[in-house]
Design a protein around this ligand. Structure first.
Ligand SMILES: C[S@@+](CC[C@H](N)C(=O)[O-])C[C@H]1O[C@@H](n2cnc3c(N)ncnc32)[C@H](O)[C@@H]1O
Length: 236
């Protein structure tokens, strides 16, 4: 997969791209990530990318020209740059379902806003999808793009090691994951649930399913609405 990121702060991606799963996936050729600073596409000698909002108000708005030029250059240099996704608090919420859909694409372009956001004409005439990472406001799209990158890359075939799996995780079957434990079996007087030490696979499966439902009901009851079939079905 190829992921292009349009940002005014490419340096913010240095750490996330150089550790753990994303680093290994890049080294293994599972994903190629390209960072484009759209300030390079500014047309004046001061490389201006923002201006005051029409109608007044605080802050600055990102001008359309550098973003259009950068995206059009990208699209003309590649067979497919994939959909252009603008990270925005006004976007559709990022869910594991959407992450799976994005991970199935051959390419993707992420656009990071700053200041008061983008001129609306970029959203209306260039952007394919607006995606939000939550109901709060970040200073810029970069942390949100890193969230999307991380969630997508770990689903690409070959990104996770053999001992890790994306199958048996929260949201895969509409529920949150059951609690996990490791050695020691007793720590400061707190014991691991007996069933996990029993070696009884069917009992463990049933316990995990029950715990998934319990955790989901407690922390995210909204996920259970209209999902009686999931609660009744098996969660391994
Ligand atoms: C300070 S925010 C702009 C907020 C905008 N004035 C508003 O009220 O909707 C600057 C940039 O951060 C990014 N951003 C902020 N919150 C976000 C969120 N929840 N999800 C995705 N991107 C976000 C967007 O790219 C946005 O253009």
């Amino acid at each position: 997969m190829r992921i292009d990121v349009l940002t005014l702060f490419p340096e913010m991606f240095t750490g996330p791209l150089e550790y753990s799963i994303i680093k290994r996936a890049r080294q293994a050729g599972v994903v190629e990530v390209h960072l484009v600073n759209f300030r390079d596409w500014a047309r004046d000698k001061h490389h201006t990318v923002d201006d005051t909002p029409f109608g007044g108000g605080p802050g600055m708005v990102l001008k359309p020209e550098p973003v259009f030029d950068a995206v059009e250059a990208l699209r003309s240099s590649q067979e497919t740059a994939g959909p252009l996704i603008y990270l925005s608090p006004k976007g559709e919420p990022l869910t594991q379902r959407l992450v799976k859909d994005l991970a199935a694409l051959p390419a993707l372009t992420l656009l990071c806003g700053r200041y008061e956001g983008l001129d609306q004409r970029v959203v209306d005439h260039l952007v394919d999808r607006e995606v939000s990472v939550g109901d709060y406001v970040l200073s810029g799209g970069e942390p949100a793009a890193i969230v999307v990158l991380d969630a997508v890359v770990r689903l690409l075939p070959g990104a996770l090691g053999d001992d890790q799996s994306a199958e048996d995780e929260s949201f895969n079957d509409g529920l949150l994951e059951y609690p996990q434990y490791t050695r020691p079996a007793e720590f400061r007087g707190w014991n691991v649930p007996e069933v996990l030490l029993s070696g009884h696979h069917e009992a463990i499966r049933r316990w995990r399913k029950e715990m998934s439902v319990t955790v989901t009901r407690k922390n995210r009851p909204d996920l259970l609405r209209g999902q009686n079939d999931i609660i009744a079905g098996g969660h391994s």
